[in-house]
Design a protein around this ligand. Structure first.
Ligand code: HEM
Ligand code: NAG
Ligand code: NAG
Length: 307
């Protein structure tokens, strides 16, 4: 009996050791944090990291015929393919792409591109004061084949209609409540590459883009001076739908949003990856720093946009 228990314990210890998060991820977390934490909360590189992770994973659609090796999911193609990053849908992400390539070159003998992209987003989220820790796994397969085109959402025009967006995300396996939670990532957004009626449309999507808070949810409808709400955000907030009702439920309810956002973001981070592959993933959540309320505020990187 005693012997049996010992064998079992030894077995468990072994299993845990083999599934342990490689130490390099903690080094990467400290390194990236230096560029993601600034004077006014999280930096432009942090915003870029969060959107970049969405654009790598979010190109997945269940309606795309499955063809190897590109799945269009969280596969690193946005970092590894020079075609994908130059698409119009990725405008605004190029400065972060340059930064990420440099960092990836430094670590690529030890980590994969798809993992690096999603891990960086988790570090970026906690670099915005108030940002929750998202469950963060590693073990994804990489591809340099560009993802299928036109599977990312539009912020203006017919593609920004509520029904179109709901369907687009449903095809990715993202439900309306998940979409309502994920779109809150625009709490950290400062659009730089948009245009409406031929006029540049540059500015933040809430009045506190350095903070991870719920002002985005209240300001999408009230849009105070200086806040630029996308048509897509306004349409999603319409309470005549499930996505809109859940959207409205986050107004003034940060804890409710955190609870919904973290699992939705974890889901987004493995989009397009078969369950059988996910079974072998290693959990590296412990390498993601805890929320930045008590973290050192460092000097803002010199390339931080001033607004
Ligand atoms: C209906 C869905 C969505 C649409 C139409 C949309 C569209 C946009 C647009 C047009 C920008 C501005 C880009 C620029 O001009 O620099 C932006 C920024 C951003 N988006 Fe989204 N987005 C959507 C969903 C999401 C999701 C699901 C996430 C993440 C979970 C996300 C994260 C971000 C972030 C962090 C930024 C700020 C990037 C920066 O300031 O550099 N978005 N989005
Ligand atoms: C909600 O209202 C908008 C704008 O009038 C409309 O486009 C959308 O289809 C409506 N959604 C539902 C579910 O009725
Ligand atoms: C289909 C739909 O509701 N589109 C609307 C999206 O939001 C913009 C801005 O509020 C409206 O102009 C569109 O009519």
């Amino acid at each position: 009996m005693f012997g049996k228990t010992l064998v079992l314990l030894a077995f468990m210890a072994l299993a845990e050791a083999s599934g342990q998060c490689p130490a390099i991820w903690s080094t990467i977390a400290s390194d990236l944090s230096q560029s993601f934490i600034g004077f006014n909360g999280c930096t432009d590189l942090a915003r870029g990291a969060i959107r970049f992770a969405f654009h790598d994973a979010g190109s997945y659609s269940s309606k795309t015929p499955a063809y190897a090796p590109a799945t269009g999911g969280a596969d690193g193609s946005l970092l590894l393919s020079s075609v994908e990053i130059s698409r119009e849908e990725n405008n605004g992400l190029q400065p972060y792409y340059g930064f990420l390539r440099g960092k990836y070159n430094q670590y690529k003998s030890q980590v994969g591109a798809a993992d690096f992209i999603q891990f960086a987003a988790s570090v970026a989220i906690v670099s915005c004061p108030g940002g929750p820790k998202v469950q963060t796994v590693v073990g994804r397969k990489d591809t340099s084949t560009p993802a299928p085109d036109n599977l990312l959402p539009q912020a203006f025009g017919p593609g920004a209609a509520q029904q179109v967006l709901i369907q687009l995300f449903e095809d990715k396996g993202i439900s309306q409540p998940e979409l309502a939670a994920l779109i809150g990532a625009h709490t950290s957004s400062k659009a730089i590459a948009q245009e409406q009626f031929g006029v540049p449309f540059d500015g933040p999507q809430d009045s506190t883009p350095g903070q991870w808070d719920v002002t985005y949810y209240s300001q999408t409808d009230s849009h105070p001076r200086g806040v630029y709400s996308f048509e897509s955000d306004i349409n999603l907030s319409n309470p005549n739908s499930t996505v809109g009702q859940v959207f409205q439920s986050f107004v003034n309810s940060k804890s409710k949003w955190d609870e919904a956002f973290a699992p939705a973001m974890a889901h987004l981070s493995v989009l397009g990856i078969p369950e059988s592959d996910q079974a072998n993933f290693i959990d590296c959540t412990s390498a993601v720093p805890s929320g930045s309320r008590f973290r050192l505020i460092r000097a803002a990187p010199i390339n931080d946009r001033i607004r």
